[in-house]
Ligand binder design. Structure first.
Ligand SMILES: C[S@@+](CC[C@H](N)C(=O)[O-])C[C@H]1O[C@@H](n2cnc3c(N)ncnc32)[C@H](O)[C@@H]1O
Length: 163
């Protein structure tokens, strides 16, 4: 691994994936996009050990966990090693892309213009980007490819719909 977390960072990023997924489902339902929850294919970008993806797969929701570092993820997480800037997926592969921690600009210096373009590429039309971050990517970059479903900057998860 090239960027190991300190134990403080690991603590910060601990959390039960079932609560995050419940939150996302609730937010999607509350924002008029129940349709996307029928049979979604989900990507966890920066999925690390794949806990979130494994949880979804065990619930019958198809999910892939992408991370540039090779974690010891359970095969049920469908782990894929790859860079979020050049993902090994075809265009419009996913209904929902989930990020928690990978967009953190204080840990990783991001070029959001490129990163969000690549995320928009792998999302289907009207697909949803669900972001859990203390600070979301710049709104000006997000609105190039997405429209906000939740009030921008005020919610976790923040939901953005692909234009
Ligand atoms: C702070 S951790 C969060 C892990 C997990 N999402 C969670 O909620 O616990 C961020 C993860 O994003 C990954 N990451 C950062 N930049 C990436 C990139 N360009 N491509 C793929 N993964 C990346 C890191 O390797 C790390 O595993």
């Amino acid at each position: 691994m090239t960027d190991l977390f300190s134990s403080a960072e690991i603590l910060t990023f601990e959390g039960d994936p079932k609560f995050f997924w419940k939150d996302i489902v609730r937010a999607i339902e509350n924002n008029g996009r129940k349709d996307i929850l029928q049979s979604p294919v989900v990507l966890d970008v920066g999925g690390a050990d794949g806990k979130f993806s494994k949880h979804l797969n065990t619930q019958g929701v198809r999910c892939v966990s992408l991370d540039r570092n090779k974690w010891n993820a359970d095969p049920e997480a469908n782990p894929v090693v790859g860079d979020a800037y050049k993902m090994p997926f075809a265009d419009e592969s996913f209904d929902i892309v989930y990020d928690r921690g990978a967009f953190d600009d204080s840990l990783y210096k991001h070029d959001f213009s490129k990163l969000l373009l690549e995320i928009a590429r792998v999302l289907k039309s009207k697909g949803i980007l669900a972001i859990y971050e203390m600070a979301v990517p710049p709104e000006g970059e997000l609105t190039k490819y997405f429209r906000p479903l939740t009030e921008a900057g005020k919610n976790n998860p923040a939901l953005w719909e692909k234009l």
